[in-house]
Design a protein around this ligand. Structure first.
Ligand SMILES: C[S@@+](CC[C@H](N)C(=O)[O-])C[C@H]1O[C@@H](n2cnc3c(N)ncnc32)[C@H](O)[C@@H]1O
Length: 229
């Protein structure tokens, strides 16, 4: 199971009309997502021309999509009031600070039943969990056996939400580098960590306790979640 499949299942179950993706890159996920209105945000799109034409023709929402070549912060501060979303997929800058801001802003840009999906919540090894401001810096500092996978410390955003937001249900599906799901509602399990605890935590802390820190669920939990929507 991967992010594209999970996002589409949520969109379909909610009969969603409005979708926002933060961090789009070559749009391999964005173009495949079928929904009436789509908005893409990335400070630097990397969409090859031929690929774009192929996908534009594949479904109507690709033709009507809107593209904002800017950061998520800039997009959210200047968001048009009519941009209210049913599902927001966050896959931009992979830092704790930015992904937490993106989740908070996403929640403010959706109705009460909106769903936030957050990529890269479960780095598979220490090399993929390096906190840095961009991919190039991670690559420059990487060891020779680094595989190019980068999740950063987005996992700390899950810890923060599970500790501080008693109004949110937050869990992570154990597939595709960890797919976080955030909705308004009763938390299923809470952490008792403050901001300093979370900032001090290392990859070893995560590796020793993924289940509890992330609220990690088998990927098939998606179907139980969909039933609850
Ligand atoms: C991992 S890629 C996104 C992949 C895409 N969502 C997918 O599923 O295939 C991360 C993207 O985030 C973008 N990005 C970096 N900083 C950002 C920011 N502050 N706001 C929005 N996007 C950002 C990068 O330019 C990059 O294209």
């Amino acid at each position: 199971m991967n992010r594209t499949h999970i996002i589409q299942k949520i969109l379909d179950k909610k009969s969603a009309r409005n979708y926002l993706e933060i961090g789009v890159n070559d749009a391999r996920n964005f173009f495949r997502t079928r929904v009436r209105k789509k908005v893409a945000v990335d400070p630097k799109f990397r969409i090859p021309g031929k690929q774009k034409i192929k996908w534009l023709l594949k479904n109507f929402s690709n033709l009507t999509a809107r593209y904002h070549e800017t950061t998520s912060d800039d997009y959210f501060s200047n968001r048009e009031p009519s941009d209210v979303f049913d599902v927001v997929f966050i896959d931009g800058l992979h830092t704790h600070e930015q992904s937490l801001k993106d989740v908070t802003n996403a929640l403010d840009s959706m109705n009460d039943s909106g769903v936030v999906v957050l990529h890269d919540c479960n780095p598979p090894h220490e090399g993929a969990a390096v906190p840095a401001q961009d991919f190039n810096r991670v690559a420059a500092a990487a060891s020779p056996d680094w595989t190019g996978e980068w999740c950063g410390d987005v996992w700390k955003t899950i810890c923060t939400l599970r500790s501080q937001r008693h109004d949110l249900r937050v869990f992570v599906l154990d597939c595709d580098y960890g797919i976080g799901v955030v909705t308004r509602g009763e938390p299923d399990g809470r952490l008792h960590l403050d901001a300093d605890d979370i900032s001090r935590m290392t990859y070893q802390d995560l590796a020793g306790n993924r289940q509890e820190l992330l609220g990690l669920k088998n990927e098939n939990y998606l179907y139980e979640f969909l039933e609850s929507l």
